[in-house]
Design a protein around this ligand. Structure first.
Ligand SMILES: Nc1ncnc2c1ncn2[C@@H]1O[C@H](COP(=O)(O)OP(=O)(O)OP(=O)(O)O)[C@@H](O)[C@H]1O
Ligand SMILES: [Mg+2]
Length: 381
């Protein structure tokens, strides 16, 4: 009964199912209209059993996901629920398991244990159905430099089976969305890094995916170009009911996400809205740069019994009231203090508190990223 064969019995069951759950009928997967196989039916029944309308079903549902590469356990049993229509940020230091997780969700790697569903389909049992419903943007550029922007998109539209008559209008709309309509006929080799990234985003949304995955979409770009890429992503999000799942090293970008999860050493250490997570760091953060940070940390402990965290060339101290604390701090410290700043907690502070390490922009080294992606691709499914 499996394997794409048209089955009359399935049709009969489908009709039965339709009359039973008429208000929660799942849409037929792309390419399956009129050919409901048992696989498709099973998925449809699973969706109906959750007894919620499709738009309320999670876009991504991960349970106990483990991914091992030989001896390395890159992902150690994570659970994630991403709601439809959310912008979800996945943060973590180098080697935390972000790309591995994205690769499993996009069906490029198979899970070792546990399960993951994307757009209602199990990634391991229905990879083809998942692929039809997702867009994927890797850091490693995968455009054809010799082709023009329009030709690159045309090729993608063909690969994804976008109907012939829809290709032109969709390509025009996608190019316009990322402000590249005036460069449609230029070869990609003449594009800047930011333009290429925008073209990749246009390509990622061309087949109207339900979920768009982006692994470090703005890595290595200057702040202005990063802001522009984000403008486009937010514009796309505002205009369509798309779910966006992205990894980033840039904390200010994580602030723009509806919810974020922080992964460290293959485990989720925190999940929530940026505001929720920041509220875990109570009060103010006092940032102090000194001549000897280790000694300063010891002195803060001796004088106030507060554990200061070591940042990059600075120490950070969480206190309920920064303005009240700073004069006392300066009175007690014998280590020469160079600067003191008091500020509200940021996601950086959350990260530091939870993992004991700072996530730094320098981690976002494009060359290192490319090497990692190349390794992942070579690993295959
Ligand atoms: N193909 C592979 N074979 C063996 N180990 C791998 C492979 N790919 C990744 N790893 C290891 O799995 C762990 C997680 O790697 P992953 O690339 O998922 O991290 P990441 O969070 O994306 O890091 P980064 O921020 O540096 O991109 C690391 O220890 C890495 O060395
Ligand atoms: Mg990565």
């Amino acid at each position: 009964m499996r394997g794409g064969r048209r089955v009359d019995l399935v049709h009969a069951k489908w009709t039965q199912l339709k009359s039973k759950h008429h208000s929660h009928i799942p849409v037929a997967p792309v390419g399956y209209a009129g050919a409901f196989t048992e696989d498709v039916l099973v998925v449809a029944i699973q969706q109906n059993e959750r007894q919620m309308p499709l738009e309320q079903q999670p876009a991504i549902l991960v349970r106990g996901l483990v991914k091992r590469y030989d001896t390395v356990e890159a992902v150690k049993g994570i659970d994630l629920t991403v709601r439809s229509g959310e912008i979800f940020g996945f943060l973590g230091p180098n080697g935390a398991g972000k790309s591995t997780t994205i690769s499993v969700l996009c069906t490029l790697l198979r899970p070792t244990e546990g399960s993951a569903e994307v757009a209602g389909y199990d990634v391991d049992r229905h990879p083809a159905l998942v692929r039809q419903r997702i867009g994927l943007i890797f850091q490693d550029p995968s455009l054809d430099d010799q082709l023009t922007a329009r030709e690159n998109l045309w090729f993608h539209a063909m690969a994804y089976g976008v109907p012939h008559e829809e290709r032109g209008p969709r390509i025009n709309a996608a190019l316009k969305m990322v402000d590249l309509d005036d460069r449609a006929g230029s070869p990609v080799k003449t594009f800047s890094g930011g333009m290429k990234r925008r073209l990749e985003i246009a390509r990622g949304i061309l087949h109207s995916p339900e979920v768009l995955f982006l692994d470090e979409p703005t890595i290595g770009l200057d702040p202005q170009t990063r802001a522009r890429v984000w403008d486009h992503l937010r514009g796309i999000h505002a205009r369509s009911p798309i779910t966006i799942f992205m990894t980033t090293h840039y904390m200010e970008e994580a602030e723009w996400c509806d919810r974020i999860a922080i992964i460290d050493h293959g485990r989720i250490v925190a999940e929530g809205t940026p505001a929720d997570l920041k509220s875990q760091v109570g009060g103010d953060v006092v940032v102090v740069s000194t001549d000897d940070d280790d000694r300063a940390i010891a002195e803060v402990w001796e004088s106030f019994q507060i554990e200061a965290a070591k940042g990059t060339g600075e120490i950070r101290i969480e206190v309920p009231d920064g303005a009240e604390f700073v004069p006392r701090l300066l009175r007690e410290m014998t280590v020469p203090v160079r600067t003191v700043t008091v500020r509200r907690p940021s996601l950086d502070d959350v990260f530091l508190k939870l993992t004991g390490r700072a996530i730094r922009d320098e981690e976002a080294d494009p060359k290192a990223m490319m090497r990692r992606f190349a390794r992942t691709w070579r690993g295959g499914r």
